[in-house]
Design a protein around this ligand. Structure first.
Ligand code: SF4
Ligand code: SF4
Length: 81
């Protein structure tokens, strides 16, 4: 599955609000997050979505509300058939 660098199974991000402080990268203990770090263009990115534990530390640490939780998806909808 391709996540496009902006989500994992547990979190997704809106990089337009990112101030490139890199606090979330220090906080994520699983090496999920990385940097786009050009002098004119800086923001966080998801590099390894498969490593995300869903701990939500990135949501708590980011002062700019870049991260949000991904809502749980029902695994089946038999009751709707
Ligand atoms: S903590 Fe928030 S503002 Fe700072 S680099 Fe991470 S996403 Fe960007
Ligand atoms: S939820 Fe946890 S493991 Fe996943 S990116 Fe955020 S800090 Fe890293």
């Amino acid at each position: 599955m391709k996540f496009g660098g902006k989500s994992t199974k547990h979190i997704r991000l809106d990089t337009s609000n990112c101030e490139a402080c890199w606090e979330c990268i220090d906080e994520c203990k699983y090496g999920v997050l990385g940097k786009v770090d050009f002098w004119f263009h800086k923001h966080v990115i998801v590099e390894h979505p498969e490593k995300c534990s869903g701990c939500k530390r990135c949501i708590d640490i980011c002062p700019h509300g870049v991260f949000e939780p991904v809502p749980a998806t029902p695994t089946h909808c038999k009751s709707l058939r």
